[in-house]
Design a binder for this molecule. Sequence first.
Ligand SMILES: Nc1ncnc2c1ncn2[C@@H]1O[C@H](COP(=O)(O)OP(=O)(O)OP(=O)(O)O)[C@@H](O)[C@H]1O
Ligand SMILES: [Mg+2]
Length: 384
Amino acid sequence: MVPGRALSLEPLLASRRVILCVGSGGVGKTTTAAALGLAAAARGKRVLCLTIDPAKRLANSLGLAAMTSEAQVVDNARFTEAGLTVEGSLTVMMLDTKRTFDELVHRYASTPAARDRILGNKLYQYVSTSLAGTHEYMAMEKLHAVKLEGRYDLILLDTPPTANALDFLDAPERLVSALDSAAMRWFIEVFQESGSVSFNLLAKTAAVVLKGIGKLTGGGFLQQVAEFVTQLNDLFGGFKERAAEVARSLRAPDVAFVLVTSPSPMAIQEVLFFAERLREQGMPQDAVVVNRVNQPPPCEPDEAAAREELTRLGLALDDDAPERLVRAAGDEGRLASLDRRNLGALATGLGALPARPLRVDVPALPYDVHDVRSLAEVARYLAP
Ligand SMILES: Nc1ncnc2c1ncn2[C@@H]1O[C@H](COP(=O)(O)OP(=O)(O)OP(=O)(O)O)[C@@H](O)[C@H]1O
Ligand SMILES: [Mg+2]
């Protein structure tokens, strides 16, 4: 046990309405989000896990054919089978960027005709899925929309790896400034003044905008772009206001950031960097989960004892089996002490933050976490 370290994320489960799980690739964000979801549901909360990860095996073990953009309630029988009593409910939903964008168009288009023109525009498909920051923004948008609905007591957001998770923070601002960029405004002006566009003039000045849409070339293309940008402009006022609202809601006191990391030095560096970025942005750094921490072997390795134990278990192994067992236990011990050292560096880094986040360590389990039982085990470490 590390002195001064919290042993449970219970306070967050009890006090927050939104928890974002962020961290670098493969550290356990999806696992943490799902396990926290289970822990909260067991405490009687109506929980939504909003994920970007298809997590096929996890979905299957929850009794779902796949994660979909429709909310799916996990049948409580799944929990009962695993020996758990869940008073609340666990719902899972996968983010769908295009669909969320469509919903925004529906909400903010000034007339049904304007809405249909945008949704029917060939370029819309591209912009609604590929414009820089769209995915991150739409994740925030969806989170905000679901929070406003009030159907859930707690929403857990599972995010893509850190490089993108950093983008979450300013996604609303970035998307608005992309739509509001000088090039975009220029497009609108040229198009509205002349009613049509001169290819040469546009080709020279709007190269920036067009670079990303390089694949779509052809005769009336620039005219189409100009038309589309003008149509989008119709949404802009409402859209900009909404983005500001989403940005504000990310900074609300009922939102928590849980930074997930492995004990590896690289992951620890990243998590400290991310905590610092959050601090700069005035966002909370509520908790750090160190996942897959190697544990020291339960006792000092000893060849004679290993031989005795193998015999007792009736395991007829090679003569050098006890020696190999002792060596394996030694490796385990070394990995565990390496982790302990790395975690010392983490504690120092976190200690330097003005408000020290909660920290919970989850041991490396000897199996993958894909079913309700193993999820419950992780949940017991996160919030005993
Ligand atoms: N404490 C643990 N012990 C053993 N295995 C674990 C543990 N935590 C997670 N895993 C396994 O590690 C793998 C990666 O976990 P997970 O999918 O949660 O990571 P992620 O951060 O969401 O990854 P990605 O960045 O790819 O979305 C999974 O196969 C999961 O079952
Ligand atoms: Mg994941």
